[in-house]
Design a protein around this ligand. Structure first.
Ligand SMILES: *Cc1c(COP(=O)(O)O)cnc(C)c1O
Length: 425
């Protein structure tokens, strides 16, 4: 199974003779054993198997195995949401007193998680621009830095991260690079091929793709050698007293230690697990991910080009546009296309933007992106409506900004709809 298309369709599941062709939904919280000894071995992580669906469930593991294959990793787990995946990815290796370097160009929910909630837990964050100089990046590190975090294509800023450069800096300080690959998906970019160590996803977006189920995923490349920095990562390299003195790197190797620890400790204690039913929907989405991403990207590219030549549009941000500041990075990391999200400004500011959106008939007004159906959002009149025009500019959301998530409808229909809506302003 070398091709990404084949992995999308068949990865993670090989039914045996007479077994169901589609993945079974194991809707069971618990699993039966003949003896207490059999089950005890599972609790001690001496045997692999299922005992309680808060920690692991066969349906969820099947779908995690598919995403693991798509990213080219060695181990993966599903989580209840993208937020849970982002939180676990860092909390698995950092605790109170530790520090993390993060790109400042990340999803708003992740920024709040890091900057407010995880700070309350005693973890410090330094945010750096994805366009910062090597010196600025270098200066962000401290002796207690445990990880570097960024997004392949950032939501909503649509900047592209120079993954190789950030990986090099992270590794020079004995830290793994964690990449949120939600917008690009493994169809368009596989961060492990560029030096990233851990990948996270909000599967709610393109992977599910149909607005059906909230979910997340974490994948380990299995390449980061925790044992080389055993003092930095005691949770992985010294005995876990809450698991009968197991040392994760010894028992599961550098390929399995990180995900096993996240399952055995974080899932056990925090329980942000995905339901088997949601995992089933996610798998249905993954089966067509490679086909959908092509059409999302084609629509976004055509829309971005159309808008940038339109007299009523003041600016367009899409990394597939030749003049875009991230064009070269996008060509390097995502030569086959990036994502379906385009942002732009209409002349006439807030009022014109609202009028334009109301006139659209195909793209619906929604707080969502990366769906099969086109949708759009005007932050100034919705998510950021409490801010004044000056405050909007200060946080990078201009009053005229519209974020359009191009779905997989016909390209001509999308363009015609945008054209008629622009005529109305
Ligand atoms: C939506 C999103 C998240 C959060 O995911 P949820 O599934 O909504 O919890 C994280 N990162 C990115 C890039 C996202 O777009």
């Amino acid at each position: 199974m070398a091709n990404i298309e084949t992995k999308c369709v068949q990865g993670g599941y090989r039914p045996g003779n007479g077994e169901p062709r589609q993945i079974p939904i194991i809707q069971s919280t618990t699993f039966k054993y003949n003896t207490g000894t059999d089950m005890g071995k599972l609790f001690d992580l001496e045997a692999s198997g299922y005992f309680y669906s808060r920690l692991q469930n066969p349906t969820c593991d099947t779908v995690a195995a598919k995403i693991c294959a798509l990213e080219g990793g060695t181990a993966a787990m599903l989580t209840s949401s993208g937020q849970a995946a982002s939180f676990f990815s860092i909390f698995n290796i950092a605790q109170a007193g530790d520090h993390v370097v993060s790109s400042s160009s990340i999803y708003g929910g992740t920024f709040n998680l890091f900057n407010v909630t995880m700070r309350k837990m005693g973890i410090e964050f330094t945010f750096v621009s994805p366009d910062c100089s090597d010196e600025e990046l270098e200066a962000a590190f401290r002796p207690n830095t445990k990880a570097v975090f960024g997004e392949t294509v950032a939501n909503p800023a649509l900047t592209v991260l120079d993954i190789e450069r950030f990986a090099k800096a992270a590794h020079a300080h004995g830290c793994p690079l964690i990449i949120d690959n939600t917008f690009a998906t493994p169809v368009n970019c596989r961060p492990f091929e560029w030096g990233a160590d851990i990948v996270t996803h909000s599967t709610t977006k393109y992977m599910d793709g149909h607005g059906s189920a909230v979910g997340g995923c974490i994948v380990d490349s299995g390449k980061f050698d925790w044992t080389k920095y055993a003092d930095k990562f005691p949770g992985l390299c010294t005995p876990d007293e809450s698991y009968h003195g197991i040392t994760y790197t010894e028992r599961f190797g550098i390929e399995g230690a990180y995900i096993t620890k996240a399952t055995a400790q974080l899932m056990r204690d925090l329980g942000a697990t995905q339901s088997p039913q949601s995992a089933y929907y996610l798998n249905l989405g993954l089966e067509s991910l490679h086909l959908r991403m092509k059409q999302h990207c084609k629509n976004a590219q055509t829309v971005a080009e159309y808008l940038s030549s339109h007299e009523k549009i003041s600016w367009v941000k899409y990394c597939g546009l030749k003049g875009d500041k991230d064009y070269a990075l996008a060509q390097k990391y995502m030569p086959n296309g990036s994502c379906g999200v385009v942002s732009f400004g209409v002349k006439g500011g807030k009022a014109a933007a609202e009028k334009f959106m109301e006139a659209l008939t195909i793209a619906a007004i929604e707080t969502h992106v990366a769906d099969a159906r086109s949708c759009c959002l005007h932050p100034a009149s919705t998510t950021h409506r409490q801010l004044s025009d000056e405050e909007l500019v200060a946080c990078g959301v201009t009053p005229d900004l519209i974020r359009l998530s191009c779905g997989i409808e016909g390209t001509e229909d999308l363009i015609a709809d945008i054209a008629q809506a622009l005529e109305k302003i």
